[in-house]
Design a binder for this molecule. Structure first.
Ligand SMILES: Cc1cc2nc3c(=O)[nH]c(=O)nc-3n(C[C@H](O)[C@H](O)[C@H](O)COP(=O)(O)OP(=O)(O)OC[C@H]3O[C@@H](n4cnc5c(N)ncnc54)[C@H](O)[C@@H]3O)c2cc1C
Length: 254
């Protein structure tokens, strides 16, 4: 499959919501079609600044591949009155959305030949889905492992989708991990980073892609570095809140 190399040019694009599906009790998958005149080029793993209604923009990672006709986002409902609450309660098909991007450095390195480790926490699955599916669609033949960490069974989604993908691609392995399993389970349990650590030895020469809650990304980063991963092979997007981004030095968005 031929996928165009993304242009790094940041632009504002007009989209219209076409479909919304509840993936879990608090994560919605949202698909949009372009209604503007400019093509939105991005690399798998990047994110956009998305404006819903009159709310201030928030960062959301593209879950779709560049060659797919619709843009897909996974949006987890947190807080009471922000963008994610709006998506959970009010967004509907037909609504206009402004998408500005692409942003971010944690994109798929296509020329890497060594093994790939992808670790997602919660809605961090969005950019990781785009990365893994793009790598497989491009025919990248190295080992690709996807670890998906959530709290418990109700937080898992797209499990059948990734299981089917691993049937089609012998080099792809999908491992869901539950950190707070209440009952007995046949799945891996514990912190996702600890499960990855138990599976892998020295990871020098691997590339790692991480996305999701900052504590998960930070713990997994420390673990991978302790196992020999070089800084240049680590590509991470911690999902900081807007308040955390401002505290880290970014100007507030309004
Ligand atoms: C690079 C990047 C990519 C991102 N990609 C995604 C993505 O693909 N999908 C996704 O769902 N999110 C993603 N996020 C997070 C997203 O940008 C917003 O921060 C999130 O949706 C909350 O925005 P909000 O407007 O709903 O809440 P805000 O208006 O920012 O906050 C409203 C209230 O909710 C609380 N709150 C905010 N976040 C959390 C939280 N995680 N847990 C508990 N309380 C919280 C705040 O403290 C506040 O009280 C990403 C963030 C970054 C930096």
């Amino acid at each position: 499959m031929q996928l165009t190399i993304a242009s790094p040019v940041v632009r504002k694009h007009r989209y219209k919501v076409t479909r919304i599906v509840d993936a879990t009790h608090d994560v919605r998958r949202v698909w949009m079609e372009s209604v503007g005149r400019t093509a939105f080029n991005f690399e798998a793993g990047q994110f956009a600044s998305v404006t819903f209604g009159t709310l201030p923009p928030r960062d959301y990672s593209m879950a779709s591949r560049l060659d797919e006709p619709l843009l897909e986002f996974h949006i987890r409902h947190v807080g009471r009155d922000g963008a994610s609450a709006y998506v959970a309660r009010a967004l509907k098909p037909g609504d206009d959305v402004e998408v500005e991007g692409p942003f971010g450095d944690a994109w798929l390195r296509r020329d890497h030949k060594g093994p790939m480790i992808a670790i997602a926490g919660g809605s961090g699955l969005a950019p990781i889905k785009s990365i893994v599916e793009t790598a497989l669609a491009l025919g990248m033949g190295q080992e690709v492992r996807l670890y998906f960490g959530v709290r418990d069974e109700p937080d898992l989604y797209l499990e059948d989708h990734f299981a089917a993908l691993s049937e089609r691609h012998a080099n792809f392995r999908f491992v869901p991990v539950l950190s707070h399993a209440k009952g007995r389970t046949r799945r891996c349990t514990g912190l996702v980073g600890e499960v990855v650590a138990g599976d892998l030895g020295d990871v020098r020469g691997h590339k790692a892609y991480l996305a999701g809650p900052p504590p998960m990304v930070e713990a997994a980063t420390a673990m991978l570095k302790a196992k020999g991963l070089r800084d240049e092979d680590l590509h991470a997007d911690p999902f900081y809140t807007e308040a955390e981004m401002v505290a880290r030095g970014r100007a507030p968005r309004s």
